[in-house]
Design a binder for this molecule. Structure first.
Ligand SMILES: [Zn+2]
Length: 607
């Protein structure tokens, strides 16, 4: 709804509109500042719910093929001022974007959910007539009055109710919750749907913005935690504004608002590379004791990542955590944590560790297309068993990996080598789903066993930092993909390991080892989808003596009934295992039986 239409709507509906608000709307239609202040200070629901559009499919997807108006368009800078109105679950936003166009053009667009009404658009300081922009499906299309080339500035003022998360963080948006004490507790989670659910952006992995100012105005009993560095907090008329500033490329979906009655735990971590890193944990006041215990887990986690992988990438900003009403998300420099301070047998909070791993795998290294999401989630998931090994040794490491092994699906390849939206990767009905996590992790375990620790961690560093010798200051956030990772592995090992990735990454089915044992012999061969070569070294232990075979063709070894034979005794090679398939089938049958019993009871109760 346009401003004048909104005003008419408010009046014609005989809504309880205060004279002050009507005056504000009339007087300030061309002065955005005052309008925001006046609307923000009123508690009324100023957008008629029946008029509100819902998010389009375009807005609910992130990535995929970019619209033509965004070709050659880069966002360099964004200044976003959100006034958050919890009573009406709505936002009033003023945004200023610095964009660069690679070619002269008058037709550009940014992504912004159509649930918002656009109050005003300005281009290079001049108002763009309302007839020159439209947002029918979440792509806010601007027809500029004159051609732009190189850098130009767009200001967009908008307001409305952002999409409410249905089941954050999986079905995302704004998560409007309350704490036990009844105070507002709000978080954004837009990993699947993208940044455009609440701010104007280029909703693609490459849409990362170099510098951002994020200002969040909230009722003054609340605290707003966000990305980067807290520049200042100002108070005005029962509200507080928290001004955050980022100075590194931030993942678009990692820009996050976290709002609640927070207290903050703060410390400085002395990096193993010598620099000081501020650490902040915004937690609910009611969880102070538990959060202090969790806060103590952060320095050893940082020690692990810095010694095993490399420098914490955003040390000049902060290592940050905010307690959220949803499980968690890798929000750069302000990781969402909602694991309820659970403990497990491995002795650390896996969720905190996993989200933290994404600072390296996801935020420092970002895939150039969501098709390569396993670089975020596979590495991100491998870091937990690896940390378990670092803390407790091999028994815990392999126990952790075996837990991951149970969940593999193997229905779609991990990577399909075409531009994909997030949903097409995460939805197991059309893509690899959970396999980008657990299967990715187990593939990395097998790769590490194949090429050895030195090559594995050098390749990992080269992928993450663009150098095998990263130190603070000699790297910046970078983009990569599976093909580059394969080249890195080949360069570092001096071998061509394409076959390894062809079988594990580009095909769905796991290699199956066919074993035939007779009274005198054991014959081994690989059964591989599409009969691809799979020359992986395979250990076979006979009475404790290990020999290593390459099964480029079926191999037969002499063994008698009395020999103790263990194939792959150290579990190096990820492969199809019938025992696991049978167990999974059993679990599935149990679930279905329970569901049938449950449905029966419901039917009986209904009668
Ligand atoms: Zn993850």
């Amino acid at each position: 709804m346009r401003l004048s239409a909104l005003k008419n709507k408010l009046i014609s509906d005989k809504t309880l509109v205060s004279i002050a608000l009507v005056t504000a709307l009339s007087a300030c239609s061309s002065t955005g500042d005052k309008l925001v202040d006046n609307v923000a200070n009123s508690d009324m629901a100023y957008v008629d719910a029946s008029q509100q559009l819902t998010s389009s499919d375009y807005s609910k997807k992130s990535g995929g093929v970019a619209p033509i108006r965004q070709h050659g368009l880069i966002m360099q800078y964004a200044d976003l001022h959100f006034t958050v109105l919890p009573d009406t679950k709505s936002l009033v936003v003023k945004s200023k974007l610095k964009l660069t166009s690679a070619k002269p053009t008058t037709a550009v667009s940014v992504d912004l959910d159509r649930v918002f009404q656009i109050d005003r658009v300005m281009v290079n300081g001049s108002v763009l007539p309302a007839s020159n922009y439209s947002n029918p499906n979440g792509e806010l299309q601007l027809n500029l009055l004159s051609e732009v080339s190189g850098e130009f500035e767009v200001q967009i003022d908008y307001q409305g109710k952002p999409r409410e998360a249905i089941r954050a963080p999986w079905d995302g948006g704004f998560d409007w919750k309350k704490t036990k004490s009844g105070e507002y507790w709000i978080a954004t989670a837009v990993h699947g749907e993208g940044c455009d659910l609440f701010w104007p952006c280029i909703d693609q992995p490459y849409g990362e913005v170099q510098n951002m100012d994020i200002k969040i105005t909230v009722p003054d009993n609340l605290v707003a935690a966000s990305n980067g560095v807290l520049m200042n907090v100002s108070s005005n008329n029962g509200q507080k504004t928290f001004h955050w500033q980022t100075s590194s490329l931030h993942n678009t979906y990692a820009i996050a608002l976290n709002i609640g009655p927070y207290d903050v735990l703060e410390s400085t971590y002395k990096s193993v590379f010598g620099n000081d890193i501020p650490v902040s944990f915004y937690h609910l006041k009611e969880n102070t004791d538990k959060s202090k215990v969790l806060f103590e887990e952060i320095p050893p986690m940082l020690d692990f990542f810095e010694t095993v992988i490399g420098p914490y990438p955003f040390g000049t900003e902060k290592m940050g955590v905010a307690e959220t009403p949803h499980l968690g998300m890798e929000h750069q420099t302000i990781n969402a944590y909602g694991n309820n301070y659970r403990k497990d047998e491995f002795g650390y909070d896996w969720l905190l560790h996993h989200e933290f791993a994404h600072e390296w795998f996801g935020n420092q290294l970002t895939n150039n297309n969501w098709d390569h999401m396993w670089l975020h989630e596979g590495f991100g998931s491998y870091m937990q068993p690896l940390y378990t090994q670092y803390l407790h040794g091999d028994m815990a490491y392999k126990a952790h990996l075996f837990k991951q092994r149970i969940g593999l699906i193997n229905k779609f390849p991990i990577v399909s080598n075409k531009p994909l939206a997030v949903e097409e990767v995460y939805n197991r009905k059309v893509g690899p789903g959970n396999d980008i996590y657990a299967k990715g992790s187990l593939i990395l375990h097998s790769l590490r066993e194949l090429i050895g620790d030195e090559a594995f961690f050098d390749a990992t560093r080269q992928l993450v930092y663009g150098t095998t010798k990263p130190v603070p200051g000699n790297f910046a956030p970078r983009f990569s993909d599976t093909n580059e990772f394969i080249s890195i592995v080949n360069n570092i090992t001096g071998e061509n390991l394409q076959w390894f990735f062809d079988v594990y990454i580009y095909q769905a089915m796991l290699p199956e080892l066919i074993m035939e044992r007779t009274e005198q012999s054991l014959t081994l061969r690989w059964q591989i989808e599409n009969n691809r070569p799979f020359p992986i070294p395979l250990d076979v232990s006979i009475n404790g003596k290990v020999q290593t075979l390459i099964l480029d063709e079926p191999k037969t070894i002499e063994v008698s009934r009395k020999d103790v034979v263990i194939v792959d005794p150290l579990s190096k090679v990820l492969r199809h295992q019938e025992n696991i398939e049978r167990y999974k089938a059993y679990l599935k049958a149990q679930r279905e039986m329970k569901m049938a019993e449950f449905n029966k009871k419901i039917k009986k109760a209904e009668k």
